[in-house]
Design a protein around this ligand. Sequence first.
Ligand code: HEC
Length: 235
Amino acid sequence: MTQQPRQSLQRNIRMSVKNAVKISLKTFATVGLLTALLPVTTILAQSTDTASDTAVPSPYPPGMPMTMPMSPSTELMNEAATITQQFVGTLLPTLQLAMAAGGPLNAIEVCAVEAPAIAQKLSADTGWDVRRVSLKARNSSIATPDFWEIMALNLFDQRQRSGEQGANINIAEVVAGEFRYMQAQPTAELCLTCHGTDIAEDVRSALLRHYPNDLATGYSAGQIRGAISLRKAMP
Ligand code: HEC
């Protein structure tokens, strides 16, 4: 037996081992890539099968990294719920008194000043950012929702349509380092004077004088008019 065939046999063996390693590395890489892509494709598949009229927009602005929602602490949730109750508990009697004293025209004047003032005072007193938002804002300068709020308000509408009482609908989430909380504001009979479908002419023109871009009409009792929205940086 000469040296020649033995060497070439060894070379052949070395080559086939090398090829086997190469192939298995390739396979690993492909499987790894597929595994990494799988969650993305699942999310994409899920997001496309929602009906267009109930589609919920992404709460995250384009380019913002998606973060896993963390379950917020009960302490912060209770604090937020208390502030929400204070808001309603201050504004509702003010509105009712103004209506009783001088009718809806007077109440519009009072609401236009008092509602933002209550939100500002609560923000200053508590260190939370407190405001009211709506998908159909009346005061668009302060009530226009951001991405997360739009997502929540759409969810609120869906929940109300599936039979939940507006007063029981709220949401809490940690988003991009902030604790966020929203409590739905359902429309009661009283609200329809200024937010309903059949608004008196003088009320309509008073509203338009104050809010030329008013979108907040056409509601019926029980629907979600908007929400009180709270946020606070996480410690
Ligand atoms: C007398 C008229 C009147 C009545 C009645 C009334 N509202 Fe309003 N509502 C207003 C006005 C005016 C504003 C805008 C206040 C401002 O400038 O912040 C407003 C704003 C709001 C907003 C903030 C979002 C936005 O669109 O600006 C919510 C939420 C809201 N109303 C809910 C209600 C609910 C719920 C009721 C019934 C309990 C109600 N309103 C009854 C006049 C009224």
